[in-house]
Design a protein. Structure first.
Lengths: 157, 982
């Protein structure tokens, strides 16, 4: 995805007190927690499967994928339903969502080296806005990272 | 280029070309069939015409060259031979490739077909020159026939075969000749009444090709120039060769032209059935998904309605339910295609392979009309091709080799398909050389696929299945047809991907059979919903054999090598606890219900908490994060909206070591089959200290799993209170010293019983004519149905010898000797004498029970035993054979022992044949009925020791030609049980 598309708008969301952003073109909706089925033996990043109006969606937890501590059981969360080009859709579990903001390309910067490793592996830049730093999440990188874990599990199996 | 036109052209051409291969092969089989030839010609002709119009130069060149060749063959009535068909097939392939690329990219691909065109032209010239050579002898002007198709007398003859409406429209518009049509152009034609773009295109294509034919005076256009092709060189070969092959021409050339014309009419392309339309597969798939959702919604609605309970609501929802089911069924049908669409490619495949390998192979098909979901059909294409290639390459021998073996030179591949309760079973059988299990074993061993232990114990059938293991290919010759060892594992995984199973069976020298079972459809399946640790799972019902509610009162569990087994009707069923298999947290191991599933002729049980019921589910794929988990076949949404995983029993089955095919895991069908083999019997195998021991089940009344404290000590002996009786208990020693004296080790073990005793003990209750003993064993391994053949007689009196059971050597326990341990006064043991070996005994007995009991005893003594069910059967044997002794029961149906004895005594040939009666008749009756019969001996059934002794005695006397008469013992109830009160 090129940065040129960013003018379309950015959904901000929060995970572990860090503001993150996703291009709205890449997601279809944000849903509240659904009754989920935890699939035994599935890789750790897979929270389970949910029924989204007759579609079965894999729920991935961003915290687990990038190696952050688990969310507390009682804490609220939201699921961002992502529809990557030509790939199956999946749900990304985040702590909460903010709003859709316009991306000002002027404020876009490459991820600083000093940034936390956890975020660096899934981002392709940051946005400085109103005194806060929004990390731009690269969906493809998130997927690749989660599949890496699958690869590991596969070898173990 | 007109998009609409282009699409029409592609669909039309693909449709036409689909059948052309088949037609070419038909033509090869029937070279003089003008109908077939005309059909082929027409297709190529249309393709050529259309591409000319669409400006597809490359495609046109190939089609043109092909058409010219076909036209020559047609007009000169040249008989088609295999080489010619090969060439034409090559041309068809080239056209197909071009069309494929064209469809993909929208432009003509850059492929050079000059060589092919040159060869086609060379072939054409060869045929022409052959015809000329023939024509010089015969006064048939074939040359005038050739352009006849162009010079029409009736101006509209050239549109022959098209509908009257089209012909009328053309004549109304004044477009009589091909030239005029070409001049008028596509737009005008499309505008004519009754003209669809497709037919306009066709007419136009035809017209332009006809005019092109007229224009080009010579078919040898630019293509062939400069490059002399091999075939062209051939045509200038020695005139003798040409003349030799030309001799066949006059016959064909003499055929009246009228006949060709007549057949041309019948070869008209059938108009597409008016009742059918073409639908894009994507639309069908979309519909299928929608119906899937509808089924889910219906299920949800039904469960809601049941809670509501309103009558009207129930009625309405039931209506919706019915319509949904019908809709689903009908839609499933639209996706079904007969398997012949898949098999249609086989003859061509065989033709190519056989040419390459120099073998002769035909294919026979049965059940072509069997229908399958098109996605499954598509998935089966590659595996089928591979299997056929394998059969041709490795299976079927070369013609000479076949003849040497007394087979016909031509190999056959049989394809059969039929439906079997929700499954399609496809059999691919060849009559080739078969697969050598020993070679597979050695290969597998060398590749560390199996251990040496496994190699020793695996059955032939399970060895054969190893061929599906990656990297195993046993072919000595690696050819380019198959045999790089990457095939069969792919075949299996492809088939398993669509929910199918594959199994191989082979008999050396006779052939190989592959058995593929695949579900009818993948989209919607009936499933069992089970629960385990508060989680629900779906199991495809087609695999479910039965459901068992585990009775907590009775213990059916056995442990073999640490794995749980469930005793189900005398068979041990391997059990996989679902909670354990899926590592469900905190789940207890207690299995409350068992789902027996059957996969690839193997059975195993899935241990679950409960079975909730059956539901129709729509199979959905699992996301790619979970694709690698082979325990799931997908997931689905239940009526209450909850997501459930669908278990893949193939994957689960792999968790149990099913590699060893033992009889306990055979299907019930196989079990039934085995029941009918006369020699086999149920045998219990138990283990102790790593050794295996066998006892015929006939002697065992019950298997008990008892609390250890049930065994009490009475004096020096252990006893068990069992069903109101006190019966003696014997502990199986099983140690090495027990070989010397089981009795001693029994005592020793009794002392060590603290160590040995667990909470529960396994006991065999052995019943012997009203008396029982309890034999306590360490573990029960299995109950099998096999032939009990003593391979190696034992010197130890406690054993009859060693037999091979489940492929492992097993000591067969002599139960009578064991009985004597309980009561030493029972019998006096007499060892058999070596000189008695190989004596032949005819044993006549109607009860299976006694037969199975005595035969091993006799065989254990080294006698050869023939058995007969009654006197009549015995006579049949005696007419052929002369035994050394007849041992007969007295009370038998059809012909009893007395009658048999009288018959034998009247046969001069059988004079002096000792007859021993085995009786349980009271002495009075015996004496009365035995009048005039001299039985050599009369014995009590069950008395092995006396039997042994007496048989030896009789044989030693018989040597002296002396028939002794041992006074008949009075048989009473008392001495029937050995005459010893216990």
């Amino acid at each position: 995805m090129s940065t040129g598309n960013f003018h379309a708008g950015l959904l901000t969301f929060i995970v572990a007190d860090q503001w993150l952003g996703l291009n709205v073109n890449e997601l279809s909706e944000v849903i509240t927690p659904q009754k989920r089925m935890a699939l035994p033996l599935s890789p750790g990043c897979v929270n389970g499967l949910i029924n989204l109006r007759g579609r079965i969606i894999t729920e991935l937890d961003l915290r687990t994928i990038i190696g952050l501590p688990d969310r507390k059981e009682e804490d609220p969360y939201r699921i961002i339903v992502l529809e990557p080009d030509g790939n199956e859709s999946f749900g990304l579990v985040v702590d909460g969502v903010g709003e859709v903001i316009d991306l000002d390309v002027e404020n876009f910067e490459a991820t600083p080296d000093s940034f936390s490793e956890a975020w660096k592996q899934v981002s392709h830049g940051v946005l400085k806005q109103d005194g806060r730093v929004v990390v731009l999440i690269d969906v493809e990188k998130v997927l690749q990272l989660s599949l890496k874990e699958v690869q590991r599990d596969k070898v173990e199996a | 280029m007109d998009e609409e036109l282009f699409a029409e052209f592609l669909t039309e051409s693909n449709e036409n070309l689909a059948s052309i291969e088949e037609q070419l092969l038909d033509l090869e089989a029937d070279p003089e069939n003008a109908d077939i030839l005309d059909g082929i010609f027409r297709v190529i002709h249309t393709v050529k015409g259309s591409c000319g119009f669409l400006g597809l130069g490359k495609l046109e060149k190939v089609a043109h060259a092909g058409e010219n060749l076909l036209s020559k063959i047609r007009t000169l009535k040249h008989p088609v031979d295999a080489d010619l068909v090969s060439l034409l097939l090559e041309m068809v392939d080239a056209i197909k490739v071009l069309l494929e690329k064209l469809e993909e990219t929208g432009v003509e691909p850059d492929v050079d077909h000059t060589a092919l065109c040159a060869r086609l032209q060379a072939a054409e010239r060869l045929i022409a020159s052959l015809a000329e050579a023939a024509a010089s002898d015969i006064v048939t002007d074939v040359a005038t026939d050739a352009p006849a198709s162009v010079e029409q007398t009736d101006p509209l003859d050239w549109v022959e075969g098209y509908s009257k409406a089209i012909v009328k429209a053309l004549s109304d518009a004044g477009l009589f000749t091909a030239e005029k049509v070409v001049e008028a152009g596509f737009e005008t034609l499309k505008g004519l009444p009754g003209f669809k773009p497709a037919s306009a295109l066709k007419i136009l294509g035809l017209a332009s090709s006809l005019t092109a034919d007229q224009e080009s005076s010579s078919p040898n256009d630019d293509v062939a120039e400069g490059t002399p092709s091999p075939a062209a060189v051939e045509s200038t070969q020695s005139p003798q060769a040409v003349a030799a092959s030309a001799t066949s021409l006059p016959v064909a050339a003499n055929k009246p032209v009228a006949e060709a014309e007549k057949t041309a009419v019948t070869a008209k392309r059938k108009p597409a059935s008016e009742g059918s339309i073409r639908v894009d597969v994507d639309i069908l798939d979309g519909l299928m998904n929608l119906v899937g959702e509808l089924v889910l919604s219906r299920n949800r609605l039904m469960s809601l309605v049941q809670i509501e309970g309103d009558v009207e609501l129930v009625r309405t929802s039931r209506g919706i339910g019915q319509v949904t089911s019908q809709l689903q069924e009908q839609l499933l049908h639209t996706r079904m295609q007969p398997i012949s669409t898949l098999w249609g490619t086989v003859p061509r495949l065989l033709r190519d392979i056989t040419k390459q390998l120099n073998k002769k192979i035909t294919v026979e098909m049965e059940g072509q009309e069997t229908e399958l979901d098109r996605t499954i059909l598509a998935a089966l294409k590659d595996p089928l091709t591979h299997i056929i290639r394998n059969s041709c390459d490795h299976g079927i021998e070369e013609p000479q080799a076949r003849l040497k073996k007394g087979k016909s030179a031509e190999g056959t591949i049989h394809l059969t398909a039929n439906q079997e309760s929700g499954f399609i079973v496809i059999n691919i059988r060849d009559d080739g050389n078969g697969i050598d299990p020993v070679r597979i074993r050695d290969k597998a061993l060398s590749m560390n696929v199996i251990s040496e232990e496994q190699a020793r114990t695996m059955t032939e059938k399970s060895l054969l299945q190893l061929i599906f293991h990656a990297g195993l290919s046993t072919a000595e010759k690696v050819s380019n047809v198959s045999g790089r060892g990457v095939g069969m594992d792919v075949v299996r995984s492809e088939i398993e991907k669509v929910g199918g199973t594959v199994e191989i069976d082979s008999t050396m020298g006779e052939g190989t059979t592959l058995n593929i079972r695949i579900p009818l459809t993948l989209a919607i399946i009936p499933a069992m919903i089970v629960s385990c640790h508060d989680q629900r799972f779906a199991i495809p019902q087609s695999l479910v054999q039965e459901l068992i509610a585990v009775d907590e009162e009775e213990n059916h569990w056995e442990s073999v090598a640490g794995e749980p087994f469930y005793r189900l009707r005398d068979n041990l069923l391997p059990i996989l606890g679902l909670s354990k298999a899926l590592e469900l947290e905190g789940a207890s191991d207690t299995v409350k219900a068992i789902v027996v599933v059957n996969i690839a002729q193997k059975e195993f049980g899935l241990g679950v908490d409960s079975v909730l019921g059956a539901e129709e589910i729509v199979v959905k794929q699992l996301g790619r994060h979970m694709q690698y988990l082979d325990v799931y076949g997908g997931c689905s949404i239940l009526g209450d909206g909850q997501v459930v995983p669908i278990l893949d029993c193939n994957g689960l089955g792999k968790m149990i070591d099913l590699g060893q095919e033992n009889d306990s895991t055979h299907t019930s069908q196989e079990r039934e089959d085995q029941v009918f083999t006369k020699e086999s019997q149920h045998i219990l195998i138990f283990g102790h200290a790593g050794h295996r021991y066998a006892i015929p089940m006939l002697l065992i009344e019950r298997l008990e799993d008892l609390p250890a404290e049930r065994i009490e000590t009475a004096g020096a002996k252990e006893v068990l209170q069992y069903r109101g009786k006190v019966i003696p208990v014997l502990r199986w020693g099983g140690k090495q010293e027990e070989k010397k004296s089981l009795k001693k080790s029994v005592k020793e073990d009794a002392e060590k019983s603290d160590v040995l005793s667990a909470d529960r003990v396994k006991c065999l209750i052995i019943s012997d004519n009203g008396r029982q003993i309890c034999l306590q064993v360490e573990k029960i391994i299995d109950v099998v149905r096999e032939e009990l053949e003593i391979k190696l007689p034992s010197n130890d009196p406690h054993y009859l010898g060693t037999a091979l059971l489940q492929g492992q050597s097993t000591e067969v326990v002599d139960v009578f000797e064991i009985l004597k341990l309980v009561d030493p006064n029972w019998f006096t043991s007499v060892k058999s004498r070596p000189e008695d070996q190989a004596k032949k005994i005819l044993f006549v007995e109607d009860t299976v029970f006694f037969r199975n009991m005595i035969v091993p005893v006799l065989e254990g003594l080294g006698y050869t035993v023939w058995t007969a069910n009654d006197g009549a059967e015995a006579i049949k044997i005696l007419e052929r054979e002369t035994p050394d002794l007849v041992l007969t029961d007295l009370e038998m149906p059809h012909m009893d022992g007395f009658e048999l004895a009288r018959w034998i005594m009247n046969q001069p040939r059988l004079k002096g044949l000792p007859i021993v009666a085995l009786s349980s008749l009271p002495p009075e009756e015996y004496n009365k009925r035995a009048v005039g019969i001299e039985f050599s001996d009369q014995l009590v059934k069950f008395d092995r020791a006396t039997l042994t002794e007496h048989l030896s005695g009789i044989f030693s006397h018989a040597k002296n030609e002396e028939i002794i008469h041992i006074e008949a013992e009075p048989v009473t109830q008392d001495n029937k049980v050995g005459g010893v009160a216990s």
